[in-house]
Write a protein that binds this ligand. Structure first.
Ligand SMILES: Nc1nc2c(ncn2[C@@H]2O[C@H](COP(=O)(O)OP(=O)(O)OP(=O)(O)O)[C@@H](O)[C@H]2O)c(=O)[nH]1
Ligand SMILES: [Mg+2]
Length: 340
């Protein structure tokens, strides 16, 4: 008699079948480059959709996570983030840096379902490399938005055996800055030319930058942009880490090795000073505050709608201060219960 080994049932289950349980998918996806990519893609869709299922998955993944390093790349549209991300992946792979996962995050799109958006990540370069996993992410459903969904996605990739995760954001705005800031090292990509550094400063990008890149360094204005950056960065020269400024030509690969070195220097700096744990703890606290704020805001908006309806029925004349008191009291009562 031939007996089936106990592990075979989970391993031989068709990974694409509907309704597979997250615990099973998590098991299938483990092993990084050797894991089941369809299972991993389905788990990322759960994260993307948010809600109770995403929270449950995050709880399951947490014990297996904590060793991966995340790198966020942000900057103005068209700055060359995708080209640079592609080059960086190539550089890491060439140096034997292990498997690399890329999340291309687009806050302006509806749920991506994992589709690659345009040519944002040059997927075809890595189609044959099992050590590279690329996925687009967009969400409106996740409580706390992308800034909350991305750390969950990174944690999932971490738990399933991807030691390096690159997070590329599309566009420059508050959400992109928040998303990039959830990563261990934040790379801000600028271009040469009048005012780009000033714009980045206004958008709060310089504040979160650990490494600054002047990409398209084959174009004029590099020196001026560098000078602007140095001037603006001097305002905060008491910092323990001064963000290095790296010049790259992503289209040719020039300077990508230096960028890699700058990122890994920052990583070494964080790890040497115990700063990595502190940074991650601070990041989690910020995420908690964001989630709590979102929950309050949602409850206040709901209660305000009720108050407005009652006010209309009573013939108008809403008193703002009294209404605020009633809203606070009602929301406090509701929040004392479990999350809806
Ligand atoms: N001259 C020059 N062109 C570059 C360089 N890097 C990227 N490009 C070009 O700039 C354009 C935009 O590059 P992407 O990598 O798609 O830029 P992105 O920042 O990812 O763009 P979005 O995701 O749309 O915000 C492409 O046509 C690239 O070929 C560079 O160093 N020099
Ligand atoms: Mg892009």
């Amino acid at each position: 008699m031939v007996s089936t080994p106990p592990a075979a049932s989970a391993a031989s289950a068709p990974p694409g079948r509907r309704g597979a349980d997250p615990a099973e998918l998590l098991e299938l996806a483990r092993g990084g480059a050797g894991g089941d990519r369809r299972a991993l893609a389905r788990l990322l869709s759960i994260v993307e959709r948010g809600g109770a299922a995403a929270r449950d998955l995050a709880r399951r993944a947490a014990p297996g996570a904590g060793t991966a390093y995340s790198i966020g790349l942000t900057g103005a549209p068209g700055a060359g983030k995708s080209t640079l991300t592609g080059r960086l992946v190539g550089d890491i792979r060439q140096r034997g840096g292990g498997p690399v996962a890329v999340l291309a995050v687009d806050p302006s799109s509806p749920l991506s379902g994992g589709a690659i958006l345009g040519d944002r990540v040059r997927m075809q370069d890595y189609a044959l490399d099992p050590g590279v996993f690329i996925r687009s992410m967009a969400t409106r459903g996740h409580l706390g938005g992308l800034a909350a969904a991305v750390p969950d996605a990174v944690q999932l990739l971490d738990a399933t055996g991807w030691p390096t995760v690159l997070v590329e954001t599309v566009g420059v705005g508050q959400v992109e800055v928040e998303v990039a800031s959830t990563c261990d090292t934040v790379v801000v990509v600028l271009n040469p030319g009048w005012g780009d550094a000033v714009q980045a400063n206004k958008a709060g990008l310089l504040e979160v930058a650990d490494v600054l890149v002047i990409n398209k360094a084959d174009r004029p204005g590099v020196r001026e942009t560098k000078r602007d950056l140095v001037q603006m960065l001097q305002l905060s020269d008491e910092l323990a880490w001064a963000p290095p400024i790296v010049e790259t030509v992503a289209s040719s690969g020039e300077g990508v090795g230096e960028l890699h070195d700058a990122i890994w220097s920052h990583r070494a700096h964080l790890e040497a000073e115990g700063g990595l744990e502190a940074r991650r703890a601070r990041r989690k606290a910020e995420e908690a505050a964001r989630l709590a704020n979102d929950r309050f805001a949602r409850e206040v908006a709901d209660q305000l709608r009720l108050e407005q309806t009652e006010d209309r029925l009573a013939g108008g004349g809403l008193d703002p201060a009294e209404t605020a008191d009633r809203i606070v009291a009602a929301v406090a009562r509701r929040l004392a219960g479990p999350e809806r």
